[in-house]
Structure formats: structure tokens, C-alpha cells
Design a protein around this ligand. Structure first.
Ligand SMILES: Nc1nc2c(ncn2[C@@H]2O[C@H](COP(=O)(O)OP(=O)(O)O)[C@@H](O)[C@H]2O)c(=O)[nH]1
Ligand SMILES: [Mg+2]
Length: 376
């Protein structure tokens, strides 16, 4: 049994007692994989180890993270079946003997403790958490085509040889280690055992925005391999959201009648549509914020530094727009594919090519000068 812990000092003694109870008939060891918790969970574990047989603590100082902790725990485990259970008492250790039996009888290579299969349940999880979990499950099932009903589960058991075969390929950065197994190894025989998810009583969840982000990155990587930088996909996703916001604000602006105004500077410029200015301003801010808080979360700016960062971002957006217009005009001049696509068709294509080139230039500028990325 591997149990990853981060600030679970109150839960760990209860978990260890519950595991001993549930696995009375099953020889086992318990490995606590703790990320040097500030609440000194590791110390609680070491204390328990003095009175509990086969309990050990891995106190990790480097490369913090849930998946990495689980993998470290597994790497020192000695059993022929490796199981993972959260330390926060939300998983029901009562189904462990059944999980072990399914692997020992060779009915399964990997067994998932499942909330979503018949007989299981999510307990009284808040609607918002249910929704996040539902979306994540949906993404896994549609994009990765996994057939498991609860691929987000952190509760599973796997046969040792499967672990040894798959572990080298697993991405240790992330929160969803089960998905790494079933997403990479298509031939696994996976069986689900239902259980009722319980509420957290002590401590709090570590799920936050960065987890959602790293989940999307992991899914992209599982689907596309490592050729495409998954962060680029998040960047494009944010761009698409920006476009949607732009047209929405523009339509609303037109509907409520945001006035036009004249600058008197240049005849070609005037009149300026208020709703156009408004939609560009709003979508620029939205795209900046989303990229800062989501795409480039690890390099994000905060506090007063947001202002110069935003200014640089606007500058780069202007450069991107110039590139867009430049490419478009150039292609119009040389009349690329004009005879094939006709006037309107060619214009659409030229505009699209301009947008794509601008997007790539912007990505380059943003990742080189603004959200500078460390080399992995
Ligand atoms: N070692 C380690 N354990 C973690 C980390 N994040 C979460 N955990 C543990 O993983 C389990 C599940 O985490 P939790 O925050 O409850 O996730 P949730 O159930 O999805 O809300 C708990 O036992 C946590 O203590 C981490 O970064 N490192
Ligand atoms: Mg939990």
C-alpha cells in the first residue's frame, strides 16, 4: 500500500488503523510518501512506524507532486501487488481485499476503486466538484478513449510486472497517476470495484487551478506524444476563448448601441466604432489574464509587476497584428490561389494564414520575452 500525503497529520493514524483492519487477512506493508509536509505528517508516520509492523515513511524533499510521490512509494514497495490509497479517508479500504483477489486470480492487471460504477457513489460532494470531476472524466473518455468509468480515481491496485513495464514511460509531473497507466497501456485488463466516496473531515484538498492545468497538459501529452508542446495547445485554446469573447462583446456593444466617435486625425481612421474598441480592449485583457493565470501559470506575474507585463503583452499583440495585416496584404498582392478559390475564398485563406503566422510569432515573443520558460 502506498499512500501519498501532504498535510494529513490528523488523518494518517486513522488511515493506518483502517488499513490494518481491512487487510487483517492479507499480508501487506504501508508506505507513506510524504512531501515534507509543513504539518509534519512524516513525523506522525515515523511515530506510528515504531508500533506498527511493516510501516515505512518516505520523506521527500525534492520534486514535490502527487504522481512523483506515488511513483517513489511504488519504487520501494516489495509486494507483488502495488496499491495506492489517498490518506484523507475519502477512499474505502474495505474493498481492498476484493481488489487484491481480482489481481491474484488473474482476472485483472489493474483494479480501480470506482465511484462511478454501479454500487459506487460520490458521497455528498459539492456540485462544483462533481462538475469538475465530470468534465475531467468526459475529457479522458472522449479524447483518450479510456473505457474506465472513473479514470480520475486515485484509488487503484496494479500487478507488479505491469508497474515495472509501464513505470519508465510515466510522466511524474501531474496529479492523475492512474490515467498515466491506463492512458499509455492500452492492453491492460482493467476491472472496477465500486465504493462510496467519503467526505474529508480533517485537512483540505490540494486541488487548485494548477492541477486543472496540469491535467489538461497530461491529457494533451498522452494523446499527442511529446512532439507538440502541450502548453502551445493551452495557448491556442486561450486564443480561441479570446476570439469568442471579442465577438460576444462586439455583438453586445452593437446591440446596446455603443456610440461611434471621430478622432479628426485621419479620414481613413474615422469614424471609430465604440463597440470595436471595447471588444478589442476586453478580449486583450481576458487573453492576458488567462495566459498569465493558466497557460503560463509557472511563470505568472503578480502584484505591481502585472502592469509592465501587460504593457509588454499589448506591445506584442500590436506586433502580432502588424504581422497579421502584413502577411494578409502580401498574399493579396501576389494573389495566392486567387484563380482557384475566387475573390472571397482567397481573401479568407489569406486572412487565416496571416492569423496563424501572427499566432506563432506571438507565441515565440511571449515565451521568449514575457513568460520565459525554463528548459525541461
Ligand atoms: N506526497 C504528496 N501527496 C499529495 C500531494 N498532493 C496531494 N497529496 C495527497 O494525495 C491525496 C489526494 O489529495 P487531495 O488533495 O485529497 O485530492 P482530492 O481528493 O482530489 O481533493 C491526499 O492523501 C493528499 O495528502 C503532493 O503534492 N504530494
Ligand atoms: Mg481527497
Amino acid at each position: 500500500m502506498v499512500t501519498p500525503t501532504y498535510n494529513e497529520a490528523d488523518n494518517l493514524p486513522i488511515l493506518v488503523a483502517d488499513l490494518g483492519e481491512a487487510l487483517r487477512q492479507v499480508p501487506h506493508e504501508v508506505i507513506v510518501a510524504d512531501d515534507d509536509s509543513p504539518d509534519r505528517t512524516w513525523e506522525v508516520g515515523e511515530q506510528l512506524a515504531t508500533t506498527t509492523a511493516n510501516l515505512s515513511v518516505v520523506r521527500r524533499f525534492h520534486d514535490h507532486g502527487l504522481s512523483a510521490a506515488v511513483l517513489d512509494g511504488m519504487s520501494v514497495a516489495r509486494g507483488s501487488i502495488l496499491a495506492v490509497i489517498d490518506a484523507d479517508l475519502q477512499h474505502d479500504p474495505g474493498i481492498l481485499p476484493e481488489m487484491v483477489r481480482l489481481i491474484e486470480s488473474d482476472e485483472a492487471d489493474l483494479v480501480v476503486g470506482s465511484r462511478a460504477t454501479a454500487g459506487g457513489g460520490y458521497g455528498d460532494w459539492a456540485a462544483s466538484r462533481r462538475f469538475v470531476s465530470w468534465v475531467a472524466t468526459f475529457i479522458a473518455r472522449v479524447i483518450l478513449r479510456v473505457r474506465v468509468s472513473d479514470p480520475m480515481s486515485g484509488f487503484f491496485a496494479v500487478r507488479r510486472d505491469v508497474y515495472e513495464r509501464d513505470a519508465p514511460r510515466i510522466n511524474p509531473r501531474g496529479f492523475k497517476i492512474l490515467l498515466e497507466f491506463i492512458g499509455r497501456d492500452r492492453n491492460l485488463r482493467v476491472v472496477e470495484v465500486p465504493y462510496e466516496f467519503r467526505n474529508r473531515i480533517h485537512g483540505e484538498t490540494k486541488l487548485n487551478r494548477s492541477v486543472i492545468r496540469s491535467y489538461l497538459l497530461a491529457v494533451a501529452e498522452l494523446r499527442l506524444g511529446r512532439q507538440v508542446d502541450p502548453a502551445f495547445l493551452l495557448y491556442v485554446l486561450v486564443g480561441v476563448v479570446g476570439l469568442a469573447v471579442n465577438s460576444l462583446v462586439f455583438s453586445i456593444g452593437e446591440a446596446v448601441g455603443v456610440p461611434q466617435f471621430t478622432t479628426g486625425l485621419n479620414e481613413a481612421l474615422d469614424p471609430i466604432y465604440g463597440s470595436f474598441v471595447l471588444s478589442v480592449a476586453v478580449s486583450t485583457v481576458v487573453v492576458f489574464v488567462l495566459n498569465n493565470e493558466f497557460t503560463f501559470w509557472e511563470q505568472r506575474y503578480s502584484g505591481w509587476k502585472l502592469l509592465p507585463a501587460f504593457a509588454v503583452f499589448v506591445g506584442m499583440t500590436v506586433v502580432g497584428t502588424l504581422v497579421h495585416v502584413g502577411v494578409f496584404s502580401y498574399l493579396q498582392n501576389i494573389g495566392l490561389l486567387l484563380s482557384v478559390l475566387g475573390d472571397a475564398g482567397a481573401r479568407t485563406l489569406h486572412n487565416l494564414v496571416g492569423a496563424v503566422v501572427a499566432l506563432i510569432v506571438n507565441w515565440y515573443l511571449n515565451t521568449t520575452y514575457l513568460w520565459r520558460r525554463r528548459v525541461r
